[in-house]
Design a protein around this ligand. Structure first.
Ligand code: NDP
Length: 486
């Protein structure tokens, strides 16, 4: 055993005191170092997605995407890529129960030969809001009441009922799929629309889907509460134990592809994060399979310090005008700089598996040689790395007056209701009953004016949906605001 400086430690049990019963001497450097380091052990937990579990794995390409993207990863069948996945709940703190009703983060880092590709998705295909200007308000409403420090149904339903674009995601969250049985038994989605582009400068919009090959399995509220009572870390433990016993979970990787020009005429706003592209319009195309097959050795180093950023994409892949994605491109690396420091990208878990040639230098906790004596500015005359115009993304035509546009004011409105209704209508009788029960429980505890405002949204999605929640709340259907009498 040594100190952090490598000097041998003679006694790690007894501090240096003036006599056997005397006070501690300041000269006990080893004690000071130990306490000082302990005081600084925590980095700030993530504001959202604080509680997570991670594992390493391998992506294997089963169908190439060479027609659509120049990314070498997808150039041919049989290509493989090492990866790391982190799954998380959203609202709970780092020690919270794994089986809470909450969307799950589904963050993937692929260490491609052309740099990291991070796909930072969820286990739901849509999200509660479509504009990041509402994101912090939304999260505040889901976290703790500033006065009581308690999670609060009234805050949650007040926000949701005043933000009808949340209805699709609310319907998903309170469905049976709102609590996955394990992290292995849930799908993942990019949720956002991204893009793929090829050497001919053709662009397709793309949505990524990761379908669990273990099958979707879920927990009821009662099962989830029982598990939380005995094991807060049920999902983290399950993933670890499955991998440790060689039962490696797998997901099918699929895409929906939309030619660039379709975005102008498609009946559904293709960059609205509260909408899916129905499969009948854009069918799922198989791309590959990924398997998680190795547990981290050290939770803090590999899972807590894992830093995913949607802007990490190799040439051939790009973003889209999705407003939420645009904001996440900025806010994710910003959060990492705050949480784990400016040199987070050089940490082993985040470091690309290909060479890195940037001119970034210095900063706190620089631990990787800092570029040595190589030239640290560009352009230069000393053989420093240079740009490669060959990987330039094709231009994207954008038109419009700078203003703040409400989706609801667009021609035809934003239609916050049809897809929530589609989801309700595809559910089995049992799934519908679970959904209604899961909604009525928390809604019973909120003021009546909020219940009525929310009931109007359920009713617009599907009259049966609205009527059943109303009946669960003991509210006559005739009192639902805006109901069309039939
Ligand atoms: P499809 O019938 O082609 O697809 C239905 C989709 O719903 C499947 O992906 C299925 O996933 C998923 N699903 C089934 N039950 C639930 C549930 N309780 N919670 C969440 N998802 C569920 O229909 P469409 O493509 O026309 O979409 C209809 C509705 O399905 C949408 O409005 C949306 O709410 C939902 N959905 C659509 C997706 C899409 O990308 N088109 C993706 C996920 C959901 P699985 O195959 O794994 O069972």
């Amino acid at each position: 055993m040594t100190t952090a400086a490598g000097t041998p430690v003679a006694d790690n049990q007894n501090s240096v005191t003036a006599g056997p019963r005397g006070p501690v001497l300041m000269q006990d450097y080893q004690l000071m170092e130990k306490m000082a380091h302990f005081n600084r052990e925590r980095v700030p937990e993530r504001v959202v997605h604080a509680k997570g579990a991670g594992a390493y794995g391998l992506l294997t390409v089963t169908h190439d995407l060479a027609r659509y993207t120049r990314a070498k990863l997808f150039a041919k069948v049989g290509n493989t890529c090492e990866m790391f996945a982190r799954f998380s709940t959203v609202a709970g703190e780092s020690g919270s129960a794994d089986t809470a009703r909450d969307p799950r983060g589904f963050a993937l880092k692929f260490y491609t030969e052309e740099g990291n590709w991070d796909l930072v998705g969820n286990n739901t295909p849509v999200f509660f809001v479509r504009d990041a200007l509402k994101l912090s308000d939304f999260i505040h409403s889901q976290k703790r009441d500033p006065a009581t420090g308690l999670r609060d149904n009234t805050m949650q339903w007040d926000f949701w009922s005043l933000s009808p674009e949340s209805l699709h995601q609310v319907t998903t969250l309170f469905s049976d799929r709102g609590i996955p049985a394990t992290l292995r038994h849930m799908n993942g989605y990019s949720s956002h629309t991204y893009s793929l582009w090829n050497d001919a400068d053709e662009r397709h919009w793309v949505k990524w889907h990761f379908k669990t090959m273990q099958g979707n399995q879920t927990l009821t509220n009662e099962e989830a509460a029982r598990i939380a009572g005995s094991d807060l870390d049920h999902h983290r433990r399950d993933l670890h134990d499955a991998i440790a016993r060689g039962d490696f979970p797998k997901w099918k990787v699929q895409v929906q592809l939309m030619p660039e020009a379709d975005a102008d005429t498609y009946r559904i706003h293709p960059f609205d994060l509260t909408k899916v592209w129905p499969h009948r319009d854009y069918p799922l195309i198989d791309v590959g399979v990924f398997e998680l097959n190795r547990n981290p050795q050290n939770y803090f180093a590999e899972v807590e310090q894992a830093a995913f950023e949607p802007g990490n994409m190799p040439p051939g892949m790009g973003a889209s005008p999705d407003k939420m994605l645009q904001a996440r491109l900025l806010s994710y690396p910003d959060a990492h700089r705050y949480r784990i420091g400016i040199n987070y990208a050089a940490l082993p878990i985040n470091k690309p598996h290909c060479p890195v040639h940037s001119y970034h230098r210095d900063g706190q906790s620089r631990f990787d040689g800092n570029g040595g004596g190589a030239v640290n500015y560009e352009p230069n005359s000393f053989d420093g790395p240079v740009q490669d115009p060959g990987v330039r993304e094709p231009s994207l035509k954008l038109l419009g007056d700078a203003a703040r546009y409400a989706a609801r004011d667009e021609a035809g409105g934003s239609d916050d209701f049809s897809q929530a209704g589609d989801l309700y209508r595809l559910m089995s009788a049992d799934q519908k009953s679970q959904l209604i029960g899961n909604l009525v429980g928390p809604l019973k505890t909120v003021p009546r004016f909020i219940q009525l405002r929310q009931l109007a949204h359920f009713y617009k999605a599907d009259p049966d949906y609205g009527a059943r929640v109303a009946s669960g709340l003991g509210i006559p259907v005739g009192e639902i605001p805006g109901r069309n009498p039939t």
